[in-house]
Write a protein that binds this ligand. Structure first.
Ligand code: UT7
Length: 329
């Protein structure tokens, strides 16, 4: 019998309707469309005015089930990546399963910041490869506007809200997830962190007054680590799997900064036409960026295409996944 691999058999995104443009932000903080565009590549981002992460995740999952003709009761497991859960507990996966009617599924949240989706995809794939489960949903979702400080121009221009979900099913044609390299280095926590709200600094009047419930980032430091590590790990997964630049059909990079994306593509020897980019429309949606890229580019993907997914984020966390696309749209 052929080896069982975990293939993505459907992808669906969800983006809130409301748009926050660079011009809108220039009315709130001291910034400009020119600065944001040249430094990051972002033109606008979506913001969820009402609701929580589970609401965006639920809408993506509902669309995914419909489009893949899947009975909600057939889903075995949900792995949901987020840094903006509805609550500290219960998990957003639990809440989402309830909203979407996934009565036979169990699920859990996974926090790896901007690398959340590749961590979750690699984790979910294991349950398929072992033969344990037949249908696993992997979600990347973040409501970054719930933790962004709109008095801090260095972070508020970067982030947006959104969700994406994929269905994983067994494949015996050798398609789907082929390999992954995942890394973390907790010493990076000082450069990108939400300091309060957890057990280190439980919520208090002081933590609120000191604005510690918001994302704090030392952009330059994070940029330095991101640009090096995302490029390195992407090149490493190519070498490990004997992939040349010609063999790679698509780079699916985390959408944090167009300059980081370009550096990664350069290191891999890939032209822009092979790189999925939607940062100009959505900004950085943290765990949402990679499934949203797959969703936006789904129609251009062909069965057998070689994809390298690559990310870097808070933690620090980073890594790459090599997969073969499993269907034509
Ligand atoms: O997704 C998870 C991982 N995160 C990342 O990968 C993000 C990595 N970092 C970055 O993408 C970039 O560092 C940023 C986009 C966050 C910042 O770009 P930068 O080119 O590194 O700018 P900088 O922080 O070095 O700041 C340059 C200047 C500073 O002014 P001075 O000190 O030179 O006078 C900032 O105060 O730009 C200023 N600045 C702004 N000006 C206008 C910072 N933010 C803004 C702003 N508008 N929004």
């Amino acid at each position: 019998m052929n080896k069982v691999t975990a293939a993505i058999t459907g992808v669906q995104g969800y983006l809130p309707e409301d748009i926050l443009s660079n011009a809108d932000l220039a009315k709130i903080v001291d910034t400009s469309d020119e600065w944001i565009t040249t430094r990051t590549g972002i033109k606008e981002r979506r913001i969820l005015k009402n609701g929580a992460s589970s609401d965006m995740a639920y809408k993506a999952v509902e669309g995914l089930l419909k489009k893949t003709n899947t009975d909600p009761l057939d889903i075995d497991l949900v792995v949901l990546a987020t840094v903006t859960p509805d609550y500290p507990f219960p998990s957003t996966a639990n809440v989402m399963c309830d909203k979407a009617g996934l009565r036979n599924a169990w699920g859990f949240d996974l926090n790896a910041a901007c690398s959340g989706f590749i961590y979750a995809l690699s984790t979910g794939a294991q349950f398929i490869e072992t033969g344990r489960y037949k249908k696993v949903i992997v979600v990347g979702v973040d409501k970054m506007t719930s933790i962004v400080d709109y008095q801090d121009r260095t972070t508020c221009v970067i982030f947006g809200d959104g969700a994406g979900a994929v269905l994983l099913e067994p494949n015996t044609e050798g398609l789907g997830v082929q390999d992954f390299i995942l890394r973390s280095d907790g010493s990076g926590r000082e450069f990108l962190v939400q300091l309060a709200g957890g057990s280190a600094n439980p919520p208090s009047i002081q933590t609120v007054e000191q604005r510690l419930h918001y994302v704090k980032q030392e952009g330059k430091q994070v940029f330095k680590f991101a640009v090096t590590n995302m490029a390195e790990v992407s090149a490493e997964i190519m070498e490990k799997n004997n992939l040349s630049s010609e063999d790679v059909d698509w780079l699916v990079p985390h959408q944090a900064n167009l300059r980081i994306i370009d550096a990664t593509a350069d290191r891999m020897g890939l032209p822009r036409e092979k790189v999925m980019i939607n940062i100009e429309k959505y900004g950085n949606t943290t765990a949402g960026t990679l499934p949203l890229c797959l969703w936006d580019y789904e129609k251009q993907l062909k069965k057998g295409d070689n994809l390298v997914l690559s990310a870097f984020g808070g933690g620090f966390t980073w890594g790459a996944v090599y997969l073969k696309w499993a269907y034509n749209s």
